[in-house]
Ligand binder design. Structure first.
Ligand SMILES: [Zn+2]
Length: 408
């Protein structure tokens, strides 16, 4: 390969700095130079911000075929019951849904994905697409037999080679025995892979852990998997955090109801990341999310869309626009950092600052209203994604920009 590409952009934005009016040159997928102004051979991309590629740290692509989300207005366990039913009825469509989800992610500017894979999938579903991200094999179970079987599944997921990176996801405290979480951590240490776990997502989950009662107890009884012994000892999210902290890297998914002590604990563990899913969090009507408090404490936050079962789309760009509108005092550079670099760090991808890292880039077409200030609003309401580069290759370019790129 001897591929040289040169683009002139209005803005180039990394996680720490802005540069205006520059030409970016790539050679074999690596950014090799950034020059002021427009060089003679540069393709003009116009009023565009080229930013470090967006990273969606948490989704479940198996639900990407859903046209609209499953109702989130009732009890949380009602939503789970509907999710489980949908999964049973659509298991044969998982491969198709994964492909659809990867396409949608690229079309909305996402370059790297943290994907929770449950059942009905094969490595080819990701590899044939050129997927870049971590496939976390989900494990769950409360009985000794199930723990043993799921632990084996976790181990076998990490054997051999794959074109994507791999991790383990102990599902959630209500579905996954603490022993299985511990075993997952041991496996992650042997293979240096990341872990992802849903934790402190609802008040009902904390109630189950503390008292063994509530809507989760009812649901587990109905599913025929309730075990009195598992929930006899009162527990808290901290019991899980302490185990997860031993993994090489761990992603705490949601954490909507983490308390101050738990947030301080996460902030003290540089290998841990709190994953906030803004629109999913809002759809369930949870209390204010503690993401800003964790940042204040020095902890790391990354962003996920969660799946189409609780979100209208898989656009991380839309999540960042949502945050920009809701928290106007947070700078767009800070938003970009939690939507890109922090996600790479969370899952263990090389940072962009490493000159041997193939380029993952997102192009944002800036609407006029967003271009007025000296530093444009990356996530202004009328901006849109117009190109996505993964590993130095354009995986998607908007039709209007594609025709511009073809011009000599
Ligand atoms: Zn999830």
């Amino acid at each position: 390969m001897n591929d040289v590409q040169c683009y002139h952009v209005e803005w180039l934005v990394g996680s720490d700095q802005w540069q205006s009016d520059v030409t970016v040159q790539l050679h074999d997928g690596l950014v090799i130079s950034i020059e002021p102004g427009r060089t003679a051979d540069a393709i003009e991309l116009g009023p565009v911000a080229m930013v470090e590629g967006l990273v969606n740290v948490h989704t479940h692509l198996e639900f990407s075929g859903l046209k609209e989300q499953i109702s989130t207005t009732g009890r949380f366990t009602d939503w789970i019951r509907n999710v489980v039913m949908y999964r049973r009825e659509n298991l044969g469509l998982t491969s198709t849904a994964i492909g659809t989800g990867i396409e949608e992610s690229w079309q909305s500017g996402t370059t790297i994905v943290g994907e929770i894979a449950t059942a009905g999938w094969s490595p080819a579903d990701y590899e044939k697409m050129g997927f870049k991200g971590t496939v976390f094999q989900e494990v769950l179970g409360l009985s000794p037999e199930r723990i043993q079987q799921q632990s084996k599944l976790a181990g076998s997921h990490l054997i051999g080679k794959s074109l994507y990176s791999r991790g383990i996801s102990p599902h959630a405290p209500y579905s996954t025995h603490l022993d299985l979480v511990t075993q997952s951590v041991e496996i992650s240490l042997q293979t240096n892979c990341p872990l992802a776990m849903h934790l402190a997502e609802t008040k009902a989950e904390l109630e189950l852990l503390a008292t063994g009662a509530g809507e989760f107890r009812e649901m587990l009884i109905d599913f025929g998997v309730w075990r009195e012994d598992v929930f006899q000892t009162p527990r808290h999210a901290m019991d899980y955090l302490k185990v997860l902290a031993k993994a090489p890297r761990s992603l705490i998914i949601h954490g909507n109801y983490l308390n101050e002590t738990e947030l301080k604990f996460i902030a003290s563990q540089p290998q841990m990341t709190l994953v906030y899913c803004p629109r999913t969090h809002a759809a369930f009507g949870h209390s204010e999310h503690p993401w800003r408090r964790l940042i204040e404490l020095g902890g790391r936050v990354a962003i996920g869309t969660d799946s189409r079962a609780s979100n209208p789309d898989l656009s991380l760009f839309a999540e960042l626009k949502f945050l920009a509108a809701r928290y106007p005092d947070v700078s767009h550079l800070d938003l970009l950092r939690i939507g890109s670099r922090n996600g790479r760090l969370a899952m263990g991808f090389e940072p962009h600052s490493n000159s041997k890292t193939l380029a993952d880039l997102t192009l944002i077409r800036l609407a006029d209203a967003s271009r007025r200030s000296s530093h444009p609003e990356l996530f202004g309401p009328s901006n849109r994604v117009c190109g996505t580069m993964v590993n130095g290759r354009w995986v998607w370019v908007a039709p209007d920009l594609a025709s511009q790129m073809l011009k000599p």
